[in-house]
Design a protein around this ligand. Structure first.
Ligand SMILES: *[C@@H]1O[C@H](CO)[C@@H](O)[C@H](O)[C@H]1NC(C)=O
Ligand SMILES: *[C@@H]1O[C@H](CO)[C@@H](O)[C@H](O)[C@H]1NC(C)=O
Length: 222
């Protein structure tokens, strides 16, 4: 997911450049570039390492989730919408990029989860699992230095219509597995908000995006 985001960020920077050469609707520029990247992806996408998630929210949850052998589908269906660029000052721009996919599905051959939920209820499990997100909407808003081809700040906004979480062998030997899966499924948008806040707070987004832009640009515009 992060990789897709970064790819999108790279698209933005290329699009900025393209726009100055031949003015076009920014959203369709983003869309063209997005698809030139996504066309190179073969689904299911198999991340090389595990996907790890830590949700630490006072009085709500302190949970660590690790997913190995992941396969992701639905990334190729991302389409740009309502993306805008506002140029101002000398070589500065405010950029808003939104991309949406009707369904993104992640399967894990082996997940591991442990931690505590509300009121110190212990949570644990490991086994195969699936998370599928309906109407996933990823938005990156930021300021860019167009001449330097880099973002100076960027924030992430993750939205979804709903998701389904199905972790098998959760709370083995109890009836709680179903309850927890339903709980997670019900609070998808809130969990997305927590993830989004974590990413925005750790301050690494801009650096990662700019790094990707550097790797992506040379072959494109030089
Ligand atoms: C650019 O974004 C900043 C921060 O959101 C905002 O304060 C400023 O008004 C924006 N400038 C333009 C020209 O849109
Ligand atoms: C989960 O397990 C690890 C390793 O056993 C432990 O260090 C950690 O405190 C546990 N809880 C959470 C929330 O990560």
């Amino acid at each position: 997911m992060l990789r897709t985001l970064l790819a999108v960020a790279a698209v933005v920077m290329v699009a900025v450049h393209t726009t100055s050469a031949a003015p076009r609707d920014f959203n369709s520029v983003v869309n063209d570039m997005l698809h030139s990247i996504l066309d190179k992806i073969t689904e299911p996408v198999k991340p090389s390492g595990p996907i790890e998630l830590r949700i630490k929210q006072n009085h709500v949850a302190d949970v660590y989730l690790r997913m190995d052998d992941c396969e992701i589908t639905g990334l190729k269906d991302f389409v740009a919408h309502d993306s805008t660029i506002t140029l101002y000052g000398i070589g500065k721009a405010n950029i808003s990029i939104s991309i949406k996919s009707p369904k993104v599905t992640l399967t894990t051959g082996h997940y591991f989860i442990n931690g505590t939920m509300v009121d110190h209820v212990e949570l644990y499990g490991n086994g195969p699992g699936l998370i599928s997100v309906d109407e996933m909407d990823v938005k990156v808003e930021g300021s860019a230095n167009v001449l330097g081809m880099e973002f100076t700040e960027a924030t992430l906004d993750l939205e979804m219509w709903r998701w389904t979480v199905a972790l098998e062998d959760l709370m083995p030997g109890t009836d709680l597995g179903t309850v927890f899966n339903e709980f997670f499924s019900m609070y998808g948008p809130e969990i997305f908000d927590i993830v989004e806040n974590n990413i925005n707070k750790n301050g690494k987004l801009v650096g990662i995006i700019n790094n990707l832009i550097k790797q992506y640009l040379p072959g494109r515009i030089r």
